[in-house]
Design a protein around this ligand. Structure first.
Ligand code: GLU
Length: 449
């Protein structure tokens, strides 16, 4: 049985990068009829924030990424990690280290000066039982360190193939910190073990942690999960996803009127070989293959996400679309509009055509540059006042009769005066739904300006 987990730390919002990790785990678990677990890695008390926890849960729920187990909170499992640390010390795989901060930073400096990666030198490996008891009863703070076997580690990554680390790579790293909280690597391994995780799917930025985790599994006498380190999502300049760009956060995307289907689709196919790009969440699950990844990083492309959004909006039934945009509009109107919008926000803005007797700013600016705009406005007003049924055809006829050329800018002027906007569905189809008082209002608005 496949068991996977998404393990966010509540130290920031859910953004396109970590949402992608969640989506890939989710799609894989569904495809394999497995179990998707949500685990909150909140042992770092300083950086974890209940506010971020709430927002991550809210965003996952909004994306309709449902977990089968959890959320498990690592902060509620401290006793478990401590007891495994005890066990490892008893079995000779870990030890207490009383080294002072000063000594450790000295050590660090020396490694750096000799141009070698900093690592602990194992001084406290050799403390005697009585020394340990003395230091402990004197209340000296200590950490628990892994007694690294100092052996090379080699593993088969599901995406990157065989990866090797030299024997010196894994040092006696910390399992339990002085404040009794576990390190990330230790808590992750204990939980992956106790939660029977079969596949770990996470960003390739975690490859450097994997040898540590593999050696921990070995010390615990348990096989390690299969690792899939996916390439990263980057900005155009190849840097990590920007924290300043709003459109990287899931909550911001929602505010911008992006729908969950588009996010799942875009992030679910990005960097994978797929037969077709546009898929519903169910189709994504059915066609999902864990062996479809390319090894190169991807650049976050907001325009592409918008394209997916446009397609998925088109695919929604009018009633559903109206509900999501929070609009109680005639379904026929929504059907009319939905091919012309990229986001729910666009759709809400289009509503103005049927509600608001104004002309958008751009439209006014445009009209001011059209030589015959006043005359055209007069012709429309006249027709409305005479109670004529408006159509683009009849208006064109009248304009021509007045000797006004039927050039592009004049047709655009008709659109703006009738709808208040420079873009939208075919004018004739809109006219059935626009109350004439709005049209008169728009003409007034133009004349006022
Ligand atoms: N809390 C870690 C992170 O957010 C999880 C890494 C992992 O999947 O092991 O990066």
């Amino acid at each position: 049985m496949v068991r996977v987990r998404f393990a966010p730390s509540p130290t920031g919002y859910l953004h396109a990068g970590n949402a992608r990790t969640a989506i890939l785990n989710y799609l894989f678990s569904k495809k394999e009829n497995g179990v998707f677990i949500l685990r909150i890695e909140d042992t770092d008390r300083e950086r974890s924030n209940p506010f971020f926890l709430e927002s991550i849960i809210e965003d996952l729920s909004w994306l309709k990424i449902r977990w089968d187990e959890g959320p498990y909170f690592q902060s509620e499992r401290l006793k478990i990690y401590e007891s495994y640390a005890e066990r490892m010390m008893r079995d000779g795989f870990a030890y207490r280290c009383f080294c002072s901060k000063e000594r450790l930073s000295e050590l660090r400096k020396r490694w750096i000066m000799s141009k070698e990666p900093p690592r602990y030198d194992g001084k406290c490996r050799n403390l005697t039982e009585s020394e340990i008891r003395r230091l402990e009863s004197a209340g000296e703070p200590y950490v628990v360190r892994f007694l690294s076997p100092q052996e090379s580690v080699s593993f088969e990554d599901g995406i990157f193939g065989e990866i090797n680390f030299p024997a010196t790579y894994v040092d006696d790293f910390i399992l339990i910190k002085a404040d009794k909280t576990p390190s990330y690597n230790f808590a992750a391994v204990i939980d992956d073990m106790l939660m029977d995780i079969t596949h770990v799917i996470r960003g390739r930025d975690h490859i450097s942690n994997t040898p540590k985790q593999i050696l921990l599994f070995k010390a615990l006498g348990r096989p390690h999960p299969i690792y899939f380190h996916h390439p990263l999502l980057l900005e155009k300049d190849r840097r990590p996803l920007s924290k300043r760009e709003g459109s990287r956060e899931i909550g911001k995307l929602r505010e911008m009127g992006i729908i969950p289907e588009a996010i799942i689709n875009y992030l679910g196919v990005l960097g994978r070989k797929v037969e077709r790009e546009l898929m519903s969440p169910d189709e994504l699950i059915d066609s999902f293959s864990i062996h479809s990844f390319s090894r190169s990083d991807e650049v976050f492309d907001f325009e592409k996400l918008l394209w997916f959004n446009k397609q998925h909006i088109r695919g929604l039934p009018a009633q559903e679309l109206g509900k999501r945009a929070g609009l109680s509009l005639d379904e026929r109107i929504i059907d009319l509009l939905k091919d012309n919008v990229e986001t729910l926000t666009d759709l809400r803005k289009m509503m103005a055509i049927f509600e608001n007797p104004e002309i958008e700013e751009e439209g006014i600016k445009f009209l001011k540059g059209v030589e015959d705009a006043k005359k055209i406005a007069g012709i429309i007003k006249e027709s409305v006042k005479n109670g004529e049924r408006l159509s683009l055809q009849s208006l064109k006829g009248k304009i021509k009769d007045e000797g006004i050329p039927l050039k592009k800018e004049n047709i655009m002027a008709i659109r703006i005066l009738l709808t208040g906007k420079m873009a939208g569905p075919p004018i004739d189809r809109l006219l059935d739904f626009i109350p004439v008082n709005l049209i008169l209002g728009r003409i007034e608005c133009f004349e006022r300006n």
